[in-house]
Design a protein around this ligand. Sequence first.
Ligand code: PDD
Length: 307
Amino acid sequence: MTHHPTRNVHVGELPCHLDGRWLALDEARVPVLDRGFMFGDGIYEVVPVYRRRLFRFDEHMLRLERSLTAVRIPNPHGRDAWLALMRELVERVAEAGGGDEQLLYLQITRGVTPRVHGMPAGLKPTVFLMSTPHHPPGPEQRHRGASCITHADFRWSRGDIKSTSLLGNVMARQLAMDAGADETILLREMPHGGVTVSEGSSSNVWIVLEGALIGVPPSGHTLAGIRLELLQSLCEETGIACHLRPIGEAELYAADEILISSAGRELLPVTRLDGEPVGHGAGRGKPGPVYARLHEAYEQAKLEQSI
Ligand code: PDD
């Protein structure tokens, strides 16, 4: 296996896969009547690739199957065919100079049809896969941590579906960009009073209170991130108590540590919240000890759980 440096590679020149064809990303085209373009009527996944291997492939496939079922798009491939296709893409991208560390994106839309809101029967789904160079957060970024703002969650209540309709998430992320921050943590008013954390614009949110890691349980308001189960098992391995339960707004602000997790960002400490340093005492505004232990365990998992 040769290592190809990612420098000097134009992402648009890398190979991608569209409806059974291999072509350069810059050359891939879909018809304007594709329902992905018209309605955001599609499902996607983002799978990290380490050393040309797919990290937690089965978990991503399970979520893909759940999302497709929820929106009644037939799954165009069985798991083995997906694995073969994804592996071929990773190899092709690596050979084209995209590197051995990649972020694989796959999208399935309902297909092409004249514009009607209802779901026409019998459409052939559009299948698209690309894999681009992945640069997980390095030591400097992990030391600096992420800066987050908070905002009311104005999105729909089917955040459990990994849908390509991401306008709400895009708007939420831009609020962070506008504030010179990295991520927006969304807060939701509960029907019977109180405000709780839902998730980031493209990440799950965790807090550390009295040494225990607390994450938000899956519901219609959040995506069941692949790192939800992963972090629970890493906590078990490392002897950190871990609970999934609603996180109140006041707990977020009082937390000893705040973390965000996603395929691309892996696990990052949040060191500033709404402009204020996170945490207490000497560790204020710095990555905390629970983060440090979980980061180490995560690095190990990358080696052990990629196929
Ligand atoms: N986003 N919540 C939302 C809204 C997300 O978009 C993501 C990931 C997550 C974390 O899920 P996971 O651990 O499975 O990556 C939570 C992907 C990476 C994206 O849209 O690019």
